[in-house]
Design a binder for this molecule. Structure first.
Ligand code: COA
Ligand code: AMP
Length: 630
């Protein structure tokens, strides 16, 4: 089968195509219809099916001869631990925890927040929710208490599953004080928590509210899989939008099962039994789709890696994990490779390991720069595939369909649209543009199965953020172009979202934090180019008249505020105090122009600028920080 024929089949008969792919899933009641367009432009898939996601990710493999196959390999260079969990063992762990949650009153449709580091129990928690039809919402450990509180108030969970701590290079991150603080800050009150006590830092428990992970399962019957309908939310995952209020992306159960299972072979080219590794975090969509659900649904072994690409203990860690665990397909963010390349420019450390088991490297989450791709290809000797997707979409929309037919790689492009995705470049007025022209990247509706049907409790915001700008299309928020061979090129975001070390962050959210400083009259946050992390946030603050606090103190306060409110993951360390911000005559801050100045790129003086002289002041403020070279 060629890529073109598979793409054409999905386009000509989406129902037939996806019903055929649905045969790989074990249903309680199989779907009779794939697309449900009764509420267009809100589309859903497999709404008349009944299924359980945990059964498909775990139980069916135990029943079908994979009981003793490793389901999860845990490799934690940061704590010096390793473990292997078979599918049979995983089933026991998941059913035990699910039983304890059910015993404490969690039932189908209840929300459960998961706040955990990269330990196998994070996957056990996700699968235990899926087992009893609870809707999980995983919150990344690098977010601060306030971000957790915002998610508690939006998702209104009955319970939170957490660990006592995470481990970052050089420090143990105590999760429990963050959790206690978030519970205190949130208006919505949870019923209970279940806490995994880790040896690296045990925590105090609040009697009657906090239950120990192991004790809570004592004497409780394991839970069976609960049947849910195809459109039942599998999870809510919050992602950054333009404001401080994150968007709760809803993932529908059936579409997610069918689509993820399909991608494991057709994109990542792994067969059941192969080892698949995504070096990301369960707090991100990559962790949901390709550390937890995708590989397990497909009968692959997944690697849970708790460490960093460098420093745990060195830039050879990835090669060791690949060779030691026989990884066939590997997925990470370009930043990780930029870090390895910086520490070990000649790739000397790879010579200590046999990575002949590896077939390909997949990069996503941010722009993959050609230097990094070429370096990885040369050092590893395998194809490197950039691919493009978003939290909202849930799996790659544009990629090299290597499992169908490897397409020629064009460095700088994540390649071609996956079957089911009709990607178009549009003008501001929503008119399709010709090949090679730069515009807004949009996807013709309906989106294929597994993509977001809506935002949690925010349908109006869903319509406004994604569907209203270009009627008939989903607006991606990215700009780019498609060449005459159908290859997509991603150029920039069209909104205030930036990408820091593959982590999606909102500059608008950071501005809200800075604006809360009592001495700050006005502020702007932009994303500037960084050699390692791709982008870094940079803040500009104007102070109230008569402010007597020294600038150094203001800068330190601003950095601390963002770290304490959003979290260390924001990597917010660059702040300049300025007298004024460049604006249009109507008062709009010229952030895009500020980015160009910081990155020392040529720019056109905006015709509507109020006072061009301010740009020189901005440049002067940037230069001491090492930006805006002459
Ligand atoms: N819990 C608590 N804190 C966390 C955290 C977590 N789960 N993850 C990150 N942090 C903290 C870090 O400790 C760091 O804090 P610091 O300011 O005190 O040093 C801060 O958040 C920024 O972390 P990070 O983005 O990891 O940057 P770094 O400078 O520590 O490391 C890299 C740089 C390139 C090694 C790292 O960014 C990396 O591995 N990137 C790959 C990203 C990735 O896989 N993204 C997933 C998307 S596919
Ligand atoms: P997230 O939702 O965190 O996965 O972030 C999605 C955003 O990351 C996209 O909208 C893009 O802006 C960016 N992104 C993801 N993959 C790529 C890629 N391969 N190349 C360029 N940008 C990417």
């Amino acid at each position: 089968m060629s890529y073109k024929s598979v793409y054409a089949a999905a386009k000509a008969d989406p129902d037939g195509f996806w019903l055929e792919q649905a045969k790989a899933i074990d249903w309680v009641t199989p779907p009779t219809k794939a697309l449900n367009d009764s509420k267009a432009p809100l589309y859903e898939w497999f709404t008349d099916a009944e299924v359980n996601a945990c059964y498909n990710a775990v139980d069916r493999h135990v029943e079908n001869g994979r009981a003793d196959q490793a389901a999860i390999i845990y490799d934690s260079p940061i704590t010096g631990s390793k473990d292997t969990i078979t599918f049979a063992q995983l089933k026991d762990k998941v059913a035990g925890l699910a039983g304890a949650m059910r015993d404490k009153g969690i039932t189908k449709g209840d929300r459960v927040i998961i706040y955990m580091p990269m330990v196998p129990e994070a996957l056990v928690a996700m699968l235990a929710c899926a087992r009893i039809g609870a809707v999980h919402s995983v919150v990344f450990g690098g977010f601060a208490a306030n971000e957790l509180a915002v998610r508690i108030d939006d998702a209104t969970p009955k319970a939170i599953l957490a660990a006592s701590c995470g481990v970052e290079p050089g420090r143990v991150v105590e999760y429990k004080p963050l959790l206690d603080n978030a519970i205190e800050l949130a208006k919505h009150k949870i019923d209970f928590t279940i806490i995994l006590q880790r040896d690296e830092q045990r925590c105090d428990m609040i009697a009657g509210r906090d239950f120990d992970w192991k004790d809570v399962q004592d004497g409780v019957a394991p839970a069976d899989c609960v049947t849910v309908s195809g459109d039942h939310p599998a999870y809510i995952l919050y992602t950054s939008g333009t404001t401080g209020q994150p968007k709760g992306v809803v993932r529908p159960t059936a579409g997610h099962l069918v689509a993820l299972n399909w991608t494991m072979k057709n994109i990542y080219d792994v067969d059941p039994g192969d080892v698949f590794w995504a070096a990301s975090d369960v707090g991100w969509v990559v962790g949901h789709s390709y550390i937890c659900y995708g590989p397990l649904i497909h009968g692959n072994t997944t690697v849970v890696f708790e460490g960093k690409p460098i420093g745990t203990p060195d830039a050879g860690t990835f090669w060791r994990v690949i060779s030691e665990h026989n990884v066939r397909s590997f997925f990470t963010a370009p930043t990780a490779f930029r870090a390895i390349k910086r520490d070990d420019p000649t790739g000397a450390l790879i010579k200590n390991y046999d990575i002949s088991c590896l077939r390909a490297l997949y990069l996503a989450g941010e722009r993959a720069d050609p230097d990094t791709i070429e370096w990885a290809q040369n050092v590893m000797g395998v194809p490197v595939y950039d691919h493009w997707w978003q939290t909202e979409i849930g799996y790659p929309a544009v990629c090299n369909p290597a499992g169908i037919e490897p397409m020629p790689v064009k460095i700088g492009s994540p390649s071609v649209a996956l079957p089911g995705f009709d990607i178009q470049i549009l003008t501001d007025e929503g008119e399709p543009m010709a090949a090679g022209e730069l515009g807004a990247i949009a996807i013709k509706l309906p989106l294929p199965p597994g993509t977001l049907p809506t935002l949690w409790n925010a349908e109006e915001r869903f319509l406004k953020s994604y569907l209203n700008t270009f009627p008939g299309y989903y607006e991606t928020g990215d700009a780019g172009m498609i060449d005459e061979d159908g290859y997509l090129y991603i150029m920039a975001r069209t909104d205030d979202v930036i990408n820091v070390a593959g982590h999606r962050l909102s500059t608008g959210a950071m501005e809200e934090v800075l604006a809360g400083h009592p001495d700050v009259a006005e502020c702007a946050v932009i994303g500037v180019t960084d050699q390692l992390k791709g982008q870094l946030p940079m803040g500009f603050v104007c102070l109230n008249n008569g402010c007597e606090t020294p600038n150094e103190q203001i800068i330190a306060d601003c950095i601390k505020r963002v770290r304490d409110t959003i979290g260390p993951v924001a990597a917010f360390k660059l702040v300049a105090v300025v007298d004024r911000l460049p604006k249009t005559r109507s008062g709009k801050i010229l952030r895009a122009t500020m980015v160009k100045i910081a990155d020392s790129e040529p720019f056109k003086m905006p015709a509507t600028i109020d006072d061009p002289a301010i740009l020189d002041e901005i440049k002067a403020a940037l230069q001491p920080m090492g930006y805006a070279a002459d």
